[in-house]
Design a protein around this ligand. Structure first.
Ligand code: FES
Ligand SMILES: [Fe+2]
Length: 418
């Protein structure tokens, strides 16, 4: 009995040892060692990509122009807010009579933040020692002093409120504005209703965003695949972008159109004429969109006219069979390489449901651009082909918003250090 037990145990042991040897031999021959310790950094890791992003040879980071710093609805009468943008700290307030004023946020007395103050009538009161500042920056009252020194004044910023947006004028040479965003009649007179918005933060140079309009080649590559399907069933559904033409307005009567074909668009508007009353701070992109189904049927046909107004504001008019809609795009540099981008949608009340579908579609499409911008570098001398000519013209046109003292990435970053 004992002999039988020893014999079986030895057999079992031998089988076990043999199996272990087979497994070890298999691992030694066919399994690779992949020992990764700690966090795995890879494509898609946003922080890692950002830290290592090569910025490229950048143009100045804060071009001269008007920038949206708030929506009108975010600033009621008697309210104040602190906004950081363009390397500055703004205290933006609406007086009791309804006028918007922008002061430098830091009080000249002892540096408290006026954005935390209180609106008193037409003035803003500092939260620290209650000095009272008028909209023109002058101190009106110091509660514990009979006299107000003549030099008791803080820096002011020119503002304008139009199309339910509040803009600040930024100019590196402190020049007065030579143009202003204009009211879109159907928005300012309330004919069209506000239908919603989207808001994004993008890690990129500001110039990358409007350059997208002149980059007509990316329309079908980036925005061609159908939403949600991407390129899985290209024959089933895709977006078509055609007749894309970008042009810079040189001055009131002279225009430059790139690339040129016949100068007209299908709705019969002469493209040259549409630019005649405009100025050189504007550029126009025309294009047509349709959703192609089974390579046969055209749906959601839209004629798009995007007017770039200065460095950070665009008015997009979308004409469909059902009527027109408007999207206002704002791009504001929060930091040298961080842009806040918003789109506000307006349409007639009856077109509201359709406008909401369009803004959802625009949101999804815009996120494809964001993926590119967040991961790209800025190429100062890009390798272009003939069909990319509008990009060269765009860069020439956009350079008008830079001046001798425009902050560079280095100077703007230094001013952020403390
Ligand atoms: S810091 Fe503003 S009143 Fe003193
Ligand atoms: Fe795009």
């Amino acid at each position: 009995m004992l002999e039988w037990w020893i014999q079986n145990t030895l057999t079992a042991l031998l089988v076990l040892i043999f199996t272990i040897i087979i497994i070890l031999v298999y691992f030694a021959l066919f399994v690779n060692i992949n020992w990764v310790k700690g966090r795995k950094f890879q494509t898609g890791d946003k922080d890692f990509i950002l830290r290592n992003k090569k910025r490229g040879n950048l143009p100045p980071v804060f071009p001269n122009g008007w920038y949206a710093v708030s929506e009108s609805s975010e600033l009621k009468k008697g309210q104040v807010k602190h906004v950081i943008a363009l390397g500055e700290n703004f205290a933006i307030f609406r007086t009791v009579s309804g006028i918007v004023k922008i002061l430098d946020a830091y009080c000249p007395h002892l540096g408290a933040n006026l954005g935390q103050g209180l609106v008193k009538g037409e003035c803003l009161e500092c939260p620290f020692h209650h000095w009272l500042f008028r909209g023109d920056g002058y101190c009106e009252n110091i509660p514990y002093s009979e006299k107000v020194p003549v030099n008791a004044k803080t820096r002011t910023w020119e503002s304008c409120e139009v199309n339910n947006l509040i803009f600040v004028w930024y100019h590196a040479e402190s020049e007065e504005p030579n143009w202003r965003p204009q009211a879109v009649p159907k928005i300012s007179n309330g004919t069209w209703r506000y239908q919603g918005k989207n808001e994004f933060y993008v890690n990129s140079h500001i110039q990358d965003i409007p350059e997208n309009g002149a980059d007509v080649a990316h329309l079908n590559t980036v925005h061609g695949p159908a939403m949600f399907l991407n390129n899985i069933f290209p024959g089933l559904m895709r977006h078509s972008w055609s007749d894309a033409k970008w042009m810079a307005c040189k001055n009131d009567s002279e225009i430059q159109e790139i690339p040129q074909t016949d100068g007209t668009v299908s709705n019969g508007i002469n493209r040259k004429k549409s630019c005649e009353t405009m100025q050189k701070h504007k550029a126009i992109l025309h294009l047509k969109h349709s959703l192609i189904l089974l390579e046969k049927f055209k749906l959601l046909e839209l004629s798009v006219k995007a007017v770039q107004i200065g460095p950070g504001y665009v008015e997009l008019q979308l004409d469909s069979f059902w009527g027109s809609m408007y999207i206002l795009q704002t791009v504001t540099p929060v930091e040298p390489m961080l842009q806040r981008i918003t789109h506000h949608m307006y349409s007639s009340r009856s077109l509201g449901p359709y406008a909401k579908i369009v803004i959802i579609g625009e949101t999804l499409m815009f996120q494809r651009d964001i993926e590119i911008w967040n991961n790209k570098t800025f190429t100062k001398t890009p390798l272009l082909v003939k069909q990319d000519r509008a990009i060269t013209e765009f860069r020439k046109w956009y350079s008008q918003f830079y001046s001798d003292n425009s902050p560079t990435f280095q100077t703007a970053s230094k001013s952020l250090d403390w």
